[in-house]
Write a protein that binds this ligand. Structure first.
Ligand code: ABN
Length: 173
């Protein structure tokens, strides 16, 4: 009988200590502590930061409202610098697409190849001025991953395309 008493007492204590309110609070507390200490590894979209950090440098050669400007070597769209924005910023009332076409263009001032992303600005009807189609190293539409004739606003809140910016993302090597 004593054996049974001890057995049931132990199992009841075990159940109480592993399923009770205190146990839940203890577990929740440790998860919370781990969660705040661990580095955040979620994917983060840094497009806005890149856009804010990048502005045309003094001595950046050429005219950003001209299709001949060096950063536009692989662009296909209306230049935001003619549409109320700039080479790196969308016109007021539009939002930048986070999915983009990326090209590599050589800056004639320093001879360095830069990675340029051509983000579309979305949310207002097509700008219609300064159409620019250069398409260095572009391939036909049947190779969609190497073709830039794509409305990147399809991945944004509004699918309506307005114009395209050209943002330096880094050097090619
Ligand atoms: N990426 C510029 C663009 C927008 C709409 C259609 C074709 C190309």
């Amino acid at each position: 009988m004593k054996f049974l008493d001890r057995f049931f007492e132990r199992s009841s204590r075990h159940v109480a200590s592993t399923t009770g309110r205190r146990h839940f609070i203890a577990k929740f507390g440790s998860l919370l502590a781990i969660g705040t200490a661990a580095p955040v590894l979620l994917p983060i979209d840094r497009t806005s930061k890149a856009l804010a950090a990048e502005s045309p440098k003094a001595g950046d050669p050429g005219d950003p409202t001209s299709c001949d400007y060096w950063r536009y070597c692989s662009v296909d769209g209306f230049l935001c610098s003619c549409c109320g924005g700039s080479v790196t910023s969308c016109p007021p009332g539009t939002e930048v697409s986070h999915v983009t076409w990326v090209g590599t263009c050589r800056n004639p001032a320093d001879g360095i190849d830069y990675i340029i992303s051509y983000n579309d600005c979305c949310g207002k009807h097509s700008c219609g001025t300064c159409a620019c189609t250069r398409n260095d190293s572009e391939e036909p539409m049947y190779r969609p991953f190497n073709n830039n004739d794509i409305n990147w606003c399809l991945g944004a809140e509004s699918n309506v395309y307005n114009c395209t910016v050209a943002v330096i993302r880094g050097t090619a090597i």
